[in-house]
Design a protein around this ligand. Structure first.
Ligand code: ADP
Ligand code: MG
Length: 603
């Protein structure tokens, strides 16, 4: 009763797992080109891959025998025995991609090795050889896949719109291109060039793909241990995205999906991630191939680490370290496992990390500690509600941050507690009690953040309102200063300043509404100085730069004694901010000392 399935049927079944859509074929073909040591890879698609996919490489090519062999199931040049699975240096090893693709499309292969004069051209359709002939071609290999799923109508009908399929293809293309900046890539869709990526560094590759402004967003991550090497970049928190689109983890240059490692990153950035936002990162792990298993799923995007917990802790610690060095996080951390508390390298000499204590008993993997993540909301609906209720909302456990679950923001009003116990110490820090412990706020940094967001909003409002001065104010400038001022006068007017200029200086008739009176003389000189330092960035960032200046100047300073009402107001306003935990110079504004931590320390 039992018979063996004919090869073409078996191949078609395997294809169901390996080739789900045009982008899967793109992935397999580009990976093969990578494995063939190519230096330049070109992807050409028509109709989002539904009509045609072509991958042209300048790699090793194949001789005639291999070219005929490569479409057989389990035909691979990459491994020959089971042990090889644990020393993988190649993307492929299962020998089923080409067999699968050939079972469900029309394939043309042209290939030539370095040493042969002529190449070979093979046509195959639905697993059947149509023709084989010699041809002239460049060294390397070109695969052309036409009419994918022509004989699997169910799959074909299941495909999404051209736009969606193109997006999937771009994603696969980017994943491989990001992992291999040492190879040049190009991509064309319907004869239009989509990407052209020269051989470059990984930072340049990111910029080539995502645009120039990424250069300043990236914070480098680098750590080497015996277990794993970590390198790459995380984005600064203010550039986090609402989608998870920019989360890239590569293990030995292979793009991997791992919610466990994403969790490590997320955990390292606790307190910096706003509700509804996701950290952007591009991380490369290098690990001994015998310590991982990628042969879990036919698409090879999942992985098992032998030493999962250590890798987690190292990744987390590496990111925390670089965030700390680049001053973008509240760096008080009770939860850092001292084993992985990688010491500063000394490059960060100007940076003081306010570490209070490290808990030697901390276990980053117990469920308690997963609750450490502080999140906060930028949702406009919650503005003006009581901060305490808000804060409790922020302390959701990590898992819901990981899942795509919508943000929970309900019944704020009901949770409001009217009476708050707040006090100030050393005319500098505001202390108050929250459900999970003690909140400590730096009064000056917090107030700067509050004013900055307020002023920035003002400047960005499309209707800039200028407020007339009772007495016009004159600012005297010399010739050079005046010339400089004339270069920025339009920008300054657009912020809500009202003025006229003459040979001796500027006369101000009005200043932006809602911004306290300024020493205009000092302000103009300030502007001119920062403009001169970097003209282009000043023009692009003028609103931010001005808001920062004004905030710095008008904020409550250290050393000022505060009334209870004032402290409550600061707390309320701080937690209505979009980025309550980050000061305008990317230092912490507030930190939490957890009750659990206090209890542990007294034991
Ligand atoms: P795998 O990549 O798992 O080995 P594939 O079915 O993808 O299996 O490819 C089968 C074999 O065909 C590869 O092992 C390789 O020897 C050869 N091959 C495929 N693509 C290329 C290419 N672009 N250049 C050179 N050889 C290739
Ligand atoms: Mg392959």
């Amino acid at each position: 009763m039992i018979t063996l399935l004919p090869d073409h049927v078996a191949n078609q079944i395997a294809a169901g797992e390996v080739v789900q859509r045009p982008s899967s074929a793109v992935k397999e073909l580009i990976e093969n080109a990578m494995d063939a040591q190519s230096n330049d890879i070109k992807l050409v698609i028509i109709d989002s891959g539904k009509t045609m996919i072509q991958v042209i490489d300048d790699g090793t090519g194949m001789n005639e025998a291999d070219a005929k062999m490569c479409f057989e199931r389990h035909a691979t040049s990459k491994i020959s025995k089971a042990d090889d699975l644990f020393a993988l240096q190649t993307k492929g090893f299962r020998g089923e991609a080409l067999a699968s693709i050939a079972a469900i499309a029309q394939v043309e292969l042209k290939t030539k090795t370095k040493n042969s004069e002529l190449g070979i051209k093979l046509c195959i359709k639905g697993s059947e050889y149509m023709s084989a002939e010699v041809c002239t071609c460049q060294k390397g290999t070109s695969f052309t896949i036409k009419n994918l799923f022509y004989n699997v109508p169910a799959r074909r009908n299941f495909l999404k719109s051209n736009r969606a399929e193109l997006k999937f293809i771009s994603e696969e293309f980017i994943r491989i291109a990001l992992g291999h900046p040492e190879v040049s890539f190009s991509m064309f869709h319907n004869e239009k060039e989509i990407y052209r990526l020269p051989k470059e560094t990984s930072r340049q590759r990111l910029v080539s793909i995502y645009g120039n402004n990424y250069n300043t967003r990236l914070v480098p991550v680098k750590e080497e241990t015996d277990i794993v090497k970590v390198s790459g970049f995380v984005c600064k928190p203010e550039f986090f995205k609402k989608s998870r689109g920019e989360q890239f983890l590569f293990v030995n240059n292979r793009f991997i999906k791992s919610s466990y490692m994403n969790h490590a990153v997320q955990n390292a950035m606790e307190g910096l991630i706003q509700v509804g936002y996701h950290p952007s990162f591009f991380l490369f792990l290098t690990i001994d191939p015998s310590k991982i298993d990628v042969n879990i799923h036919p698409t090879k995007t999942e992985i098992k680490f032998e030493d999962e917990r250590h890798v987690y802790a190292i990744v987390r610690s590496a990111i925390k370290h670089s965030i700390g060095q680049y001053n973008i996080a509240p760096s008080l951390d009770f939860s850092l496992n001292p084993e992985y508390n990688i010491m500063s390298t000394g490059q960060s000499k100007s940076i003081k990390t306010p570490i209070i204590q490290v808990n030697p008993d901390f276990n980053p993997f117990d469920s308690e500690s997963k609750k450490n993540v502080v999140r906060y909301s930028s949702d406009k609906n919650v503005k003006g509600t009581h901060w305490q209720a808000l804060f409790e909302e922020m302390q959701d456990d990590m898992d819901s941050a990981i899942s795509e679950a919508p943000v929970r923001l309900t019944k704020m009003e009901e949770e409001i507690q009217d009476h708050q116990f707040v006090f100030q110490i050393k005319n500098r820090f505001i202390f108050t009690q929250i459900k999970s412990g003690i909140l400590v706020i730096d009064q000056e940094k917090a107030h700067e953040r509050i004013l900055y967001e307020k002023y920035l909003q003002n400047f960005l409002d499309t209707m800039v309102v200028s407020q007339s001065l009772v007495f016009a104010k004159e600012v005297l400038l010399n010739k050079m200063e005046l010339d400089l001022f004339n270069e920025v006068s339009d920008d300054i007017a657009s912020l809500g300043f009202d003025f006229t200029t003459n040979e001796t200086g500027i006369t101000f008739q009005g200043t932006p509404a809602n911004i306290p009176n300024e020493d205009l003389n000092e302000m103009v000189l300030d502007i001119l100085q920062s403009f001169q330092e970097n003209k282009k960035s000043w023009k692009q960032q003028k609103e931010k730069a001005m808001a920062k200046k004004f905030a710095k100047r008008n904020a409550i300073k250290l050393g000022r004694n505060l009334q209870t009402e004032e402290m409550n107001q600061i707390i309320n306003e701080l937690f209505s901010c979009e980025m309550p935990f980050a000061s305008i110079t990317n230092k912490p504004t507030a930190i939490v000392i957890e009750l659990n931590e206090l209890i542990k320390r007294f034991n």
